[in-house]
Design a protein around this ligand. Sequence first.
Ligand SMILES: Nc1ncnc2c1ncn2[C@@H]1O[C@H](COP(=O)(O)OP(=O)(O)OP(=O)(O)O)[C@@H](O)[C@H]1O
Ligand SMILES: [Mg+2]
Length: 235
Amino acid sequence: MPKKVQDTGGRIKSGIPGLDKLIGGGFIKGSSILVTGSTGTGKTIFCCQFLWEGLQNGERCMYITFEELPEEIKADAEVFGWDFDKYDKSGKLTLTFKDPFQTTDITTRLENEIRQTGISRVVVDSTSLLGLYFKNPHDIRRELYKLISALKASGATSLLTAEVPEEDGISRFGVEEYVTDGVIYLHYTGIGGEEGSHLQVRKMRRSKIEKGFYPLLFTKNGLKVGKEGISVLMK
Ligand SMILES: Nc1ncnc2c1ncn2[C@@H]1O[C@H](COP(=O)(O)OP(=O)(O)OP(=O)(O)O)[C@@H](O)[C@H]1O
Ligand SMILES: [Mg+2]
């Protein structure tokens, strides 16, 4: 069974202004959170911002990308002034592209690697790619279960992304939302001709949460959670 996360008062800042107060003050240290939503809703930027917060605090961070190349992730972050390249070069950030075929291999080494290097924040983006490689749903679920269990056992706080078509609910494979400690749903909205995303905290174990839909605003410094009910979606 995946390790149970206790709220012993140790919470870490998400790095996204306006989010921590919706989740009881921040993510519980060592928890594993699913960031889910349809394409282009801001999942990758959300994850970059979470790591940037850690890097600014001197924490070691890891970004495992199954989808975009490391150079593309760096370019995504650069738009908001987050210099991932500097931290990659200094060794504080481990930014690696993995072939989803290698998940079994990754999972077995991940826990040790995170522990030995003292990494405290991890991103896995995107778990949906596993679906391309494992055709059998049973295999996908098993791999995801092992991956999330390894992340939780490592002691690091982790974000996993899943790309899910708007009409298909919150997870692609039907296991991620149960095994993770929290689910943040980025919802695509087009209201009054304006396009944008709304954020909803669907679950956050052992945390008092606000469950409404909040506008997710893109600013020059990254994402920001707006006030509930405001329909200004893009800045
Ligand atoms: N500065 C900005 N202002 C407004 N919107 C922006 C800005 N930067 C990025 N975006 C929006 O964010 C989206 C990309 O965000 P991101 O890559 O994080 O999405 P994603 O959910 O990871 O998508 P995918 O499913 O393709 O991986 C773009 O489609 C764009 O609409
Ligand atoms: Mg993405």
